[in-house]
Design a protein around this ligand. Sequence first.
Ligand SMILES: [Zn+2]
Length: 379
Amino acid sequence: MTPSVTRIPLLSPAPGTERHIIARRYGEPGARPKAYLQASVHADELPGMLAAHHLARLLDEAAGEDRILGEIVLVPVANPIGLAQRINGNLIGRYELDGGGNFNRNWPNSVETVIERVGPQLGANVDENVKAVRRTLQQILSEQPLTTELASLKLTLSRLAFDADLVLDLHCDSDALMHLYMVPQLWPAGADLSAEIGSRATMLSEPSGGDPFDETWSAPWAALQTRFPSKPIPMACFSATIEFRGQSDVEDHLAAHDGGALFRFLQRRGFIAGDPPPLPEPQCDATPFSGVDIIKSPGSGLIAYKRRLGERVKAGDIIADLVDPMAENSSEARRPIATRADGLLFRRRRTRFVRTGESIAKIAGKAPLEHRRGKLLDD
Ligand SMILES: [Zn+2]
């Protein structure tokens, strides 16, 4: 059975202009389990897009051999708005230039509405409870105002994802090792994904405070479990954000590995027939997102790193010097920047000029940090 490719138009932002997304659908519509994967909501994070291309080739082959067991929906380019944003030759894919903010923040947070509406409907039957939650999510989506192109993009992607058993959002960081985010309720169930993709830092966050896409689909189930402990409510959507290394890591050999890993993960989870090889050895255990030191620059200047990606560091270690190239006294031009965490340096900044408050590094530690409270995601 060949995949069906659906072209879904977005709300036109101006006469003569219309963008669309493409959804590649594999398997019988409505079959279970359902997986939804999308790449590059941050449109300048391209490794996931290339991984999705490799995954599509494998899925096409599996579909040709009738090996798709459930339904798989793949959106290989999730953000055509961002992909078309350029300033002086540079792709600007993280924030919407029309004032919509960070493309992966402020997805519809339906947690309180779901609790309010589904609470009275919950009973002793787990399948009926799952159906009631999905019906309510669908209803909430149908009430979303559709006033801008960005709103129509978010609604279009949400409609494809809301009832999936598995949601994977494919991103990357600036200059980074492979890493992974999910809510704590999905661990250790998510250890297979972490090992399969070769995650070097897998972080559990509840909630991260920015309403990213992945949490939109896992958070309602976690919240319902907490609010109604006597009712049978599963984590019926496994959702995660995969960070496919850094923005420059757009290479066929990496993407072929990553597309293959996604394919094998889908196989292990029962979406595709066949026997995957044994799961690779995990490269990390999960750690709390509140244990990640996101180091902010104390001033503006050049960043001269002292530590490389993949190094294990201790609290107090100098990660980089901030260099003021205009300092009158050159002996005072450098300010050392230390970390407050013991852990793995898994992310640095690709652009080596920073302004005050911009993050220059991320260190994944095991222990929650005193200064990491409230909103955990940086923008
Ligand atoms: Zn991203």
